[in-house]
Design a protein around this ligand. Sequence first.
Ligand code: XUL
Ligand code: CO
Length: 442
Amino acid sequence: MKKSRAHFPRIKTIAYEGPQSTNPLAFRHYNPDEVIDGKTMAAHLRFSIAYWHSFRGTGGDPFGPGTIQRPWEKGPDPVSIAKTRMDAAFEFFQKIRAPFWAFHDRDIAPEGRTLAESNRHLDALVDHARGLQRATGVKLLWGTANLFSHPRYMCGAATNPDAHVFAYAAAQVKKALESTQRLGGEGYVFWGGREGYETLLNTNLKREQEHLAAFLHMAVDHAKAIGFKGQFLIEPKPMEPTKHQYDFDVASGIAFLRTHGLEKHFKFNVETNHATLAGHTFQHEIEVAIAHGMLGSIDANSGDPLLGWDTDQFSTDVRELTLAMIPILRAGGIGRGGFNFDAKLRRPSTDLEDLFLAHIGGMDAYALAFKVARHALADGKFDAFLDQRYASYDTGFGRDIEKRRVGFKELNQLVLRKLGEPKLRSGKQEYLENLLLSYLHR
Ligand code: XUL
Ligand code: CO
């Protein structure tokens, strides 16, 4: 990237300076080149930048307009502005040392007057992105279609009561999928922000859910037809903007996929703030997905305990991230997914530098959590505790229960004749929390 065209002329590529550094524009824990277990940290963590927040976010909220103004937001027409913006984005991806990015179709290219015009705009920007990906080595984690902003989708896309809207959404996803394929995306995300309802008085829930399943089957068929090899991901969220969203959480997502014969084709993109909105912890959603072999990727952010909506903040809560990282590492890592910062600057964070500071904090917090979790697991105490807690199922009648070799009748006899009253065995929560604390502060 030529210096004269730099969009962040005063900010150099962020360097790793170690935990003692006091430079706010340096990494203290994320050392992308450090090799751990034969893989660089960059390859373990697969950080990704969300185009929609970092390059389309304005700072606007439901109570007021945008506050964030970027110097590159000018040009003769929307497509040229979109290209300049993308140049700035790739300069940022490189300087922040994120190996991946993620986008919605309408983030990168302006909506046209017709679908054909929108598609032409998207083609132009996908060409532009291909050039930038080649020049910088930054890769696409996943693509998706924005099926929630335009007024046509006000009552849903695949679950819209009007088949015309369903057809339009199908055409849009077809194009977004092909664009993701052209950019070599590792995955493709379905987040159904408006796939749900506001009132059952106007909603046929069963029919809408069947339409959603039909839509996802069409996506699977089209991926097969074009040879798209990326992973399909469902991103659950219980509400917002819709009152009740069908992909409520991972467990209901699994039930939905299995009901409709889709489970082989999908995994989950678990988002921290969505877990909170569903009344779960981040770790819970990850654990449920892993238990079913369906963890695909992570949208890394956090909510605010005092605000009831999806605030999409950058997380620096190393304890929560360590709890999330432990099951991920136990499962062998994030695979073809990544940690995508689906997070945005606060409304008053208007400096260009704030974009760097926000991501540095998020990346350092995840890197630290990764290191703490690795250390904790290597020590083996958590696993040993779990093994011992369930050991009664390893032999004897416990094993018979797991193998389904006994029923109520046999167990009844066993308790009456031999076992009697079980002894209380402590769950040791405080011991385990203190153990976690000891790894966090060493
Ligand atoms: C919305 C959200 C989306 C998805 C992609 O809450 O998380 O940005 O990640 O559509
Ligand atoms: Co998300």
